[in-house]
Ligand binder design. Structure first.
Ligand code: KG4
Ligand code: ZN
Length: 356
């Protein structure tokens, strides 16, 4: 089967084509990050994002089909992010996918953005259900058991900020720019993680929930103590604080994931893998620490290639293909969902973001 994927739920416009004929393959994977559009405002402006999706998506889809050397008529499905996310962009993606489906008679698949992150690993590796998933992105920080396509059991989530948000806010306080995660990672490589003793919120507590807002407050406090009169930090201070942030976040992720592993082993003795996905999973230092935890727990550690961790449309096309194989399609009446929990039984955590 060959599926076109469309992603427009936040500030990346993306189109991709994947196939499972003769092995799983990404035939095209194009992303336009709207960094320049939002930079003057210091954050994502929903209205600007929606307009940029509208302008960029049609040529991007044409280019993806061109790269894949596929015509609309050859597609077995058109998958799009149906939520969660910013409503304007979701509508642009949904209307575009519906138009293609209507004109070419192609089956339509509405994909939950989080399901896209959750299943990506099966596009590039052999990973059987069930697996334990740490989903770490700019809008989410969750531990889930992936039981099957469409079946997710949440074990824990953040009660305030998402982990990517914590990286982004810390980076802003350090004057590093956006998105903060990769910039913190680069600065941290030259830093001493022990110089600033930052808190490890929730560490040692029972359960699998996360909290990161205290970390941000502690970074702000440390910055105000060491910045010069103009509010500037020396390069060494930036490196040491970045290293401290990365180490503190790593400690929190490892502690909470260790609890989730205990639950997972108890409930799913046949489960074999710990998977990490989402933009923050691109962080090499965090991947190494989680790999160590998995090894110590007798689980295989699997992460998608870094380019498939941050938002892209190959993950949407792949989740669409997995759903299509099971006959799980949607009709033209599908309405985009700004909020769409993967595990409908999980209570929403206080203050948890909607973005993925
Ligand atoms: O999944 P994603 O691309 O977008 C959504 O949130 O939907 O994740 C973006 C987040 C941002 O907060 C970004 O700072 C973080 O992932 N991120 C990283 C790294 N690369 C991206 N965080 C830590 N280290 C990285 N190398
Ligand atoms: Zn995402």
């Amino acid at each position: 089967m060959i599926v076109l994927g469309i992603e427009a739920s936040c500030d990346e416009t993306a189109a991709a084509v994947v196939s499972d004929a003769g092995g799983r393959r990404i035939l095209a994977n194009l992303v336009h990050a709207q960094l320049a559009e939002h930079a003057p405002y210091g954050g994502v402006v929903p209205e600007i994002a929606a307009r940029a999706h509208l302008e960029k998506l049609p040529p991007l889809i044409a280019a993806a089909l061109d790269t894949a050397d596929i015509r609309f008529a050859e597609l077995d499905g058109v998958a799009f992010t149906g939520g969660p996310g910013l409503i304007g962009g979701l509508i642009v993606g949904a209307m575009t996918a519906k138009a293609i489906a209507l004109v070419h008679g192609t089956p339509l698949i509405a994909v939950n953005h989080l399901e896209g992150h959750a299943l990506t690993v099966r596009l590039t590796a052999e990973v059987a259900f069930p697996y334990l998933l740490l989903l770490v992105s700019g809008g989410h920080c969750q531990l889930l058991v992936v039981e099957d396509v469409g079946r997710y059991r949440r074990l824990g989530t953040t009660i305030d900020d998402a982990v990517g948000e914590a990286f982004d806010k810390a980076a802003k306080l350090l004057g590093l720019g956006y998105p903060g995660g990769p910039l913190i990672e680069r600065a941290a490589a030259a830093g001493d993680p022990a110089r600033f003793p930052l808190p490890r919120p929730m560490k040692g507590r029972p359960g699998c929930d996360f909290s990161f807002s205290g970390l941000k407050t502690a970074v702000r406090q440390a910055v105000s103590e060491i910045a010069d009169e103009a509010g500037r930090l020396a390069p060494r201070d930036v490196a040491d604080l970045a290293a401290a942030v990365e180490a503190a976040i790593g400690d929190c992720l490892v502690d909470r994931t260790a609890h989730a592993i205990a639950l997972f082993r108890d409930r799913h003795p046949a489960g074999r893998s710990l998977v990490v996905a989402g933009g923050v999973a691109a962080n090499a230092a965090l991947r190494a620490r989680l790999a160590g935890l998995a090894a110590a727990s007798g689980l295989a550690f699997i992460a998608p290639p870094q380019a498939l961790c941050t938002d892209n449309a190959a993950m949407i096309a792949w989740a669409g293909l997995e759903r299509l194989r099971l006959g799980l399609t949607d009709d033209l009446a599908f309405a985009p969902r700004p909020r769409w929990p993967l595990d409908p039984e999980a209570a929403p955590a206080i203050g948890a973001g909607v973005k993925a």
